[in-house]
Design a protein around this ligand. Structure first.
Ligand code: NAG
Ligand code: NAG
Ligand code: NAG
Ligand code: NAG
Ligand code: NAG
Ligand code: NAG
Length: 483
């Protein structure tokens, strides 16, 4: 029996990859996000509640090497690498700020990919092959905390299971294990040293759909959500890191910066995260195109169940409620009545032989706390062939029933910016930034400030546009508990 726990909109699979290691911890992330409150089943809202954990016993900074390129015409994803087990083995995982658990393909897996079209070597995790690995039983505290109480039917020694189902038909099911995680702690300017932590993560025993076969296959997904089950929360609870992470997704060179720790440079202006939401929800107040505020009904940006604005690195595109989408499109093309838009696989595309940055307006999203998000034409359009541009905004109303009223800000509009998720202070912020450069993070143990450089974990792999399109559609994601 499967009880749906979360519904999530999952647009393109974006991976943040962190290659080699720097001193702070580096994780790979894949983007997915849940809208919470799936029908029936356990009330898991409390799982996602902020834990307000503000212990002062912290913490080193972590550098997660990133690879991948978030353009829809490239891999459309960012990923990182982590080391699990004793002796440690390397796993490539998508970085996802929209989900809360780390899982990797397991040795007992039915349909797990052995090869990746991304040119990465895949590895199956074997709990028995790791001297530090242990299966989590359903009566252990992690399991009870994850599911908000003891699972019905739980008897001693039964494994604590999990299941994630995606709307495109893909899924992963498995059980939780605890093992050693090795990550790169920032130890100097541009330097890292390997550090150990213990984490509980999913051992993916069965994958369905694309997760089993995709040419974008990776070893798993690293959720950077706010729940206590995330790797970040676990490392924070162990006093190893602060619950602050940041990313800078580079659409120019690929890869970028992904770090855990206090960013001291650049400075970013922030907006409050809405509390008790399963995702990184913020208050969007208005949208300007070319300096003119779009006239939209006040309620369109209100937060509520299946309503509101989510910052979701891991989704490639940006999804807008139909009324907002139409208004934005009209404003973008206001001065180009002559342009003909063609629908190419559900993207609106057009021929243009001049600079889009010169010919089209900047769009500014305004958030609570006077935080602007500037999106330039080369960020909301992507080039799909010579002089052919496509719009990176999607009409959410056409994508999914549950997500139709949501504003989902994906990687294209978040790229080329340093985005800081400060869960200690419950704020998120960003600033335009060169993601091929470096940032400065503070090591709370020593008070020292160190440089964290950008990375580009290269795979030498090129993505094919027509194949990637299917992954760009918003799909519904449902994480289920199976017992
Ligand atoms: C779920 O639990 C939270 C807090 O525990 C509560 O505020 C909320 O109303 C509950 N939701 C449902 C649908 O029961
Ligand atoms: C998350 O962990 C913190 C401290 O580790 C704890 O205080 C809090 O109650 C936990 N939250 C949930 C929902 O279990
Ligand atoms: C990580 O943990 C393992 C087993 O606990 C230990 O053998 C190893 O030396 C540790 N590595 C580091 C870098 O601390
Ligand atoms: C751009 O296209 C227009 C018509 O679509 C054409 O007249 C013009 O010569 C083109 N310019 C360049 C530089 O190709
Ligand atoms: C971004 O930073 C890199 C590394 O410092 C530098 O080589 C590059 O020129 C910078 N790009 C821009 C547009 O300033
Ligand atoms: C990053 O990697 C991609 C291939 O994955 C490569 O095309 C690109 O040139 C690399 N960028 C840099 C700055 O090394």
């Amino acid at each position: 029996m499967a009880t749906p726990l979360f519904l999530a909109l999952s647009a393109a699979l974006l991976l943040l990859s962190v290659p080699g290691a720097a001193a702070t911890g580096v994780f790979q992330v894949r983007r997915k996000f849940a809208t919470g409150g799936g029908g029936g089943g356990a009330n898991i809202s409390h799982l996602r509640a902020h834990d307000g954990n503000r212990h002062g016993r912290l913490l080193g900074a972590v550098d997660l090497a990133l690879g991948g390129l978030g353009l829809p015409t490239d891999s459309g994803l960012y990923y990182t690498e982590i080391m699990l087990g004793t002796p440690p083995k390397r796993y490539y995982v998508q970085v996802d700020t929209g989900s809360d658990i780390l899982w990797v393909n397991c040795i007992s897996c039915d349909r797990c990919p052995r090869k990746s079209g991304l040119g990465l070597d895949l590895t199956l995790y074997d709990p028995k092959g790791s001297s530090s690995g242990a299966t989590v039983a359903c009566d252990q505290p992690f399991c009870a905390a994850t599911y908000g109480g003891k699972l019905p039917g739980c008897t001693a020694n039964l494994p604590c299971e999990y299941s994630v189902m995606y709307g495109d038909g893909s899924s992963t099911t498995g059980f939780f294990v605890t093992d050693a995680l090795e990550y790169d702690q920032v130890s100097g300017n541009g330097q890292t040293q390997p550090t150990n932590g213990s984490v509980t993560f999913g051992c993916g025993a069965s994958q369905g759909g694309d997760l089993g076969t995709s040419n974008q296959a990776l070893d798993g997904i690293l959720g950077f959500g706010q729940a206590n089950t995330s790797m970040l929360s676990q490392l924070a609870a162990a006093g190893k890191v602060k619950k602050i992470f940041s990313h800078c997704l580079d659409t120019i060179n690929g890869g970028g910066i992904f770090a855990i720790g206090d960013v001291v440079q650049p400075k970013v202006k922030t907006t409050p995260l809405i509390r008790h939401m399963p995702h990184y929800n913020v208050n969007l107040k208005s949208i300007d195109v070319d300096g003119t505020t779009l006239q939209l009904p006040a309620h369109v940006f209100e937060t509520g169940e299946k309503k509101g604005t989510i910052v979701d690195s891991g989704t490639t595109l940006t999804y807008l409620p139909e009324i907002v989408f139409k208004s934005v499109m009209l404003a973008i093309f206001k001065k180009h009545q002559d342009i003909t838009l063609h629908n190419i696989q559900d993207f609106w595309c057009f021929q243009y032989n001049e600079s889009v940055d010169d010919g089209f307006p900047t769009i500014t999203f305004h958030f609570e706390g006077d935080l602007p998000l500037h999106v330039y034409p080369h960020e909301y359009f992507f080039e799909n062939g010579k002089d052919l541009y496509c719009v990176g905004f999607q009409n959410g109303g056409l994508q999914s029933k549950d997500g139709k009223d949501m504003v989902l800000l994906g990687d294209l509009v978040l790229s080329n910016k340093l985005v800081v998720y400060d869960l200690e202070n419950e704020v998120i912020g960003w600033t335009d930034y060169n993601c091929s450069s470096s940032i400065k993070v503070k090591d709370d143990k020593t008070g020292a400030t160190y440089t964290v450089n950008s990375h580009n974990i290269s795979s030498g792999w090129r993505f094919h546009w027509h194949k990637s399109l299917v992954l760009l559609l918003v799909t519904m994601l449902c994480i289920c508990v199976i017992f």
